[in-house]
Design a protein around this ligand. Structure first.
Ligand code: SDX
Length: 393
């Protein structure tokens, strides 16, 4: 649907935004990428096919996909001088702090060779970003544990290449479990785009000034980091660790209901979905597939999560407010089962969402009506007054 929509965070402002990329019906729990239901894409496509769809508007045929994969494979390497940025960070720096820095720094290597008004240049920027994100994200982890970076293999699939760069050892061949590779690929599909969420709106607003795409995506990464947004998957695992045992779930559910307590159930609720997040259902299935494959169904954290979900879904407070588990509730459990450390979860979300950010940025820049974003405000301060009346001066 195109047209006006209205935010209502306590005051009314209208922000007009039209897009042809992603459609959400929050009440019905529907999510479409370029008209295709997320359920079908998650089942029948891989992440790079979905990237092509989001960028081009159509799913690729065989030849188009072959060309796209070749394009991506040609740009997976990262400039050696950019690799040196990592050594400027403390080893315990949060991966999102590093990612904001290194993705923004891509501007220093490519912005002067691209014209944002050129469709071809915008497309190659998208290819570069999609291709390099797995490498940049995996390097955050390798740097944090003092291990050498592992170069990508151009012949490997997207998710498998990432797992190898992230979990592999320079001295050994990394043999990825195909069930885990498929699980990660599905996580990337489910997080690829989501209409005008906070981080995508940040990228659009930054891009409306004409800033280069890498700087705009770095702004999106900064916004995604927040626990109310992309940081929720990391916050879910921290919350489950804090709850610790099924006997304490009631205590935390009551804290979440207490208006005087800032605690919220991480992974529950959504600004738009007032029904089950369709991605959460798919993520829950993936969760069971991975735990079956790894024989982790007795995993204490998973059992705690399932019991918390059951209790919350029966609690009148959550039922009345239509608070359901969102995609982040399960994605963290899957990533943990894949052996990925909690602090890397949001960086992986950023890796997936990069295609949505750049597709939305491209759509905005190519809109002839596009003007610099300039939201207004409802001023609630004091009315005009003169300095001379300040008593005692
Ligand atoms: C993402 O926008 C996107 O599309 C984002 C995203 C994407 O793909 O880009 O989907 C990714 O950000 C998913 C959301 C991840 N965040 C979390 O899981 C953090 C926990 N969730 C909450 O912080 C909260 O649900 C929000 C921020 C997501 C939404 O908050 P809202 O807009 O206040 O939710 P609401 O209007 O539906 O709230 C209705 C009521 C309120 O109480 P009352 O004033 O009616 O008494 O429900 C309460 C809220 O206080 N509420 C919660 C709650 N979420 C809402 N109470 C307890 N725990 C919660 N998690």
């Amino acid at each position: 649907q195109t047209g006006l929509f209205t935010y209502d965070p306590g005051f009314t402002s209208t922000a007009s935004c039209t897009s042809k990329i992603t459609y959400i019906d929050g009440d019905a729990g529907i999510l479409l990428y370029r008209g295709y239901p997320i359920e079908q894409l998650a089942e029948k496509c891989d992440f790079l096919e979905v990237c092509y769809l989001l960028l081009k508007g159509e799913l690729p045929n065989g030849g188009e996909m072959k060309g796209f994969v070749t394009n991506i494979s040609q740009h997976v390497m990262v400039h050696e001088q950019l690799s040196r940025f990592y050594s400027g960070f403390r080893r315990d720096a949060h991966p999102m702090a590093i990612l904001v820095g290194v993705v923004g720094a891509l501007s220093a290597f490519y912005h002067d060779v691209m014209d944002i008004n050129s469709k071809e240049d915008r497309y190659i920027s998208a290819i570069r970003l999609i291709a390099k994100m797995p490498n940049l994200v995996a390097m955050c982890y390798k740097y944090s544990i003092g291990m050498p970076f592992i170069y990508p293999k151009r012949k490997l699939g997207y998710a498998e290449n990432f797992l190898r760069m992230m979990m592999g050892d320079p001295g050994d061949d990394y043999l990825a479990n195909p069930v885990l590779v498929r699980a990660l690929d599905r996580i990337l599909i489910l997080h690829a785009d989501h209409e005008q969420n906070a981080s995508t709106s940040t990228v659009r607003l930054a891009g409306s000034s004409g800033a280069n795409p890498y700087a705009c995506v770095a702004a999106g990464i900064a916004c995604l980091w927040g626990a109310a947004h992309g940081g929720a998957n990391e916050a879910v695992l921290n919350m489950l660790a804090q709850i610790g045992d099924v006997s304490r779930i009631g205590e935390y559910v009551n804290k979440a209901k207490d208006k005087n307590d800032p605690f919220r159930l991480m992974g529950f609720g959504h600004r738009v979905y007032k029904n089950y997040d369709p991605r959460a259902k798919l993520m829950r299935e993936t969760c069971h597939e991975v735990l079956n494959e790894l024989n982790l169904h007795d995993d204490k954290m998973f059992k705690l999560a399932m019991e918390l979900e059951r209790i919350a879904l029966e609690d009148p407070y959550f039922v009345e407010r239509k608070l359901y588990p969102n995609v982040d509730f399960y994605s963290g459990i899957v990533l943990r089962a894949l052996g990925i450390p909690t602090e890397m979860f949001t960086a992986i979300f950023a890796m997936a969402r990069s295609v949505g950010w750049i597709a939305q940025w491209d759509e905005m820049i190519s809109d002839p009506e596009m003007k610099i974003g300039r939201p207004r405000q409802l001023y609630q301060g004091v009315t005009a007054r003169d300095v001379k009346y300040i008593s005692g001066r």
